[in-house]
Design a protein around this ligand. Structure first.
Ligand SMILES: Cc1ncc(COP(=O)(O)O)c(C=O)c1O
Length: 461
């Protein structure tokens, strides 16, 4: 292989494998190299500035230069750069963060277990669900229900929960004991003339039928994001969780709320669980927990689950789980400072004040010839592009319409994420009215350019 050039781009191609990237294309196209950030903007190595319309990966809630988080990290790095949670030990700041999270939980939770990513938090939830049912003497009750288009992570178990084909194809996933229920996307999956409520009822009936078919004694848990993120920013239809939750209770099925994106103000409440009246037994959170400045995630568990862990670990001699970096003091200090900032600056009120500007602004594209649906709430939203508005027919994914729009948005100083032809918006929570307007204006230009290209290329219906 020839020696790579000295440019960062050629060294990137030579030495790094990127996630969620067409690896062949990357060899020709190379990376976008981001070198600095400030507020809601980041800058690349050529000096171009972009609004980060997805807060990185739905995560940099406080923007890209929050000094208090930097200082919290430096302080803790000097004071206690590392400690762990094995064998009765811990760092003091990790206790503070656990207490803070429990005090903020959307409903009474008992304990926190820390991990380093959202995937690991959900993976741990699966392990605890199995451990719990063994503790209760129910070795058959192990199957876990997720949903088509869910995103719960990329470990072997959580990629199995994730209901998206590219996360499973040729990775030999899903593993067994994982089931997928319907995706609650009314626009895509409702029958002609079916109301949101009727659609929600049908999905709830299907869920109950699935549980009965498999045998309720085999079904352990149901995982759900309050609003599905990577599956396309899917807001559940009216009445959905009201109809789902009684079924879970009826069959003694644990409910895990995956708040990895929705947690910490994103949907207009501190938790997505509050927005949709969820009563989960476990809550996974990550991302905005530390404004993504350092990796940290958490799983909160209810008292009955904790009590089962205690009994089982007593029986076995120890709770055989833990990892080197879980509850890392530097990450804990940054997360604690992040949560303090949310409260001191009342970030929630800011989100509520800005949400209509984003949501109304996005809905102004609803009549556009390329737009099938606009959806969202709080400071998360999406625009779904279609080939034919009447029939809702999508473009052939190979035509790369969403990718084309993504690139034109970038040309106009906006970084967004296209999930095939659904364009997601999830800016830092600190975004102000002017930057929301700038983001929407850049998107409008990109959409116009895409419309012209679709026309010229003969891709239109
Ligand atoms: C809802 C949800 N759960 C879990 C994850 C996985 O988190 P991580 O990428 O930190 O492993 C993500 C990541 O985007 C997510 O959106």
């Amino acid at each position: 292989m020839p020696k790579p050039g000295n440019s960062a781009a050629s060294r990137d191609i030579a030495y790094q494998v990127h996630g969620y990237t067409n690896l062949k294309k990357h060899q020709e196209r190379g990376p976008l190299i981001i070198t600095s950030g400030s507020g809601v903007r980041v800058r690349d190595d050529a000096g171009n500035e972009y609004i980060e319309g997805l807060a990185g990966l739905w995560c940099t809630s406080l923007g890209f230069n929050e000094d208090r988080l930097v200082e919290a990290a430096v302080r803790e790095m000097r004071r206690l750069p590392y400690y762990h949670g094995f064998a009765h030990r811990t760092a003091d700041v990790t206790i503070d963060l656990a207490e803070k999270l429990i005090s903020m939980a959307p409903l009474p939770m008992s304990k926190v277990l820390f991990t380093n990513s959202g995937s690991e938090a959900n993976d741990l939830a699966i392990k605890l669900i199995w451990y719990y049912n063994n503790a209760l003497g129910r070795p058959q009750k192990k199957k876990i229900i997720s949903r088509v288009r869910a995103y719960h992570g990329i470990t072997v178990a959580t990629a199995s929960l994730t209901g998206l084909a590219p996360n499973q194809a040729d990775f030999d996933l899903p593993i067994d004991r994982i089931l997928h229920a319907d995706c609650p996307h009314h626009y895509r999956f409702a029958e002609a003339g079916e109301s949101e409520e009727a659609f929600a009822q049908r999905l709830a009936d299907n869920l109950e039928a699935l549980i009965q078919r498999e045998g309720p004694e085999t079904i352990a848990a149901f995982f759900a994001e309050p609003v599905m993120g990577a599956g396309g920013v899917i807001v559940p239809p009216k009445g959905y969780f009201e109809k789902i939750q009684p079924i879970l209770r009826k069959y003694d099925v644990l409910f895990v709320a995956d708040e990895v994106i929705c947690g910490f103000c994103r949907t207009g409440n501190m938790w997505g669980s509050q927005t949709f009246g969820l009563k989960p037994d476990m809550i996974a959170c990550a991302k905005a927990l530390s404004s993504a400045y350092v990796p940290i995630a958490a799983l909160m568990i209810s008292e009955p689950i904790y009590q089962a862990l205690v009994r089982q670990s007593e029986k076995l001699g120890l709770f055989g789980h833990g990892s080197t970096y879980a509850g890392h003091p530097v990450a804990a200090a940054v997360a604690l400072e992040t949560l303090n900032i949310y409260q001191e600056r009342d970030v929630l009120s800011h989100v509520r004040a800005m949400a209509p500007r984003l949501q109304d602004g996005l809905r102004r594209f609803a009549g556009h010839p390329l737009v099938g649906e606009v959806r969202g709430l709080g400071l998360i939203g999406a625009v779904e592009l279609v080939k034919d508005r009447k029939t809702k027919a999508p473009f052939d994914p190979k035509q790369g319409v969403g990718g084309y729009l993504h690139d034109r948005a970038k040309d106009n100083g906006l970084l967004i994420r296209n999930m095939v032809d659904t364009i997601a918006f999830c800016p830092p929570l600190i975004i102000g009215a002017d930057d929301i307007d700038a983001m929407l204006a850049a998107f409008a230009k990109a959409l116009d350019a895409t419309t012209a290209w679709v026309g010229e290329s003969g891709l239109a219906a």
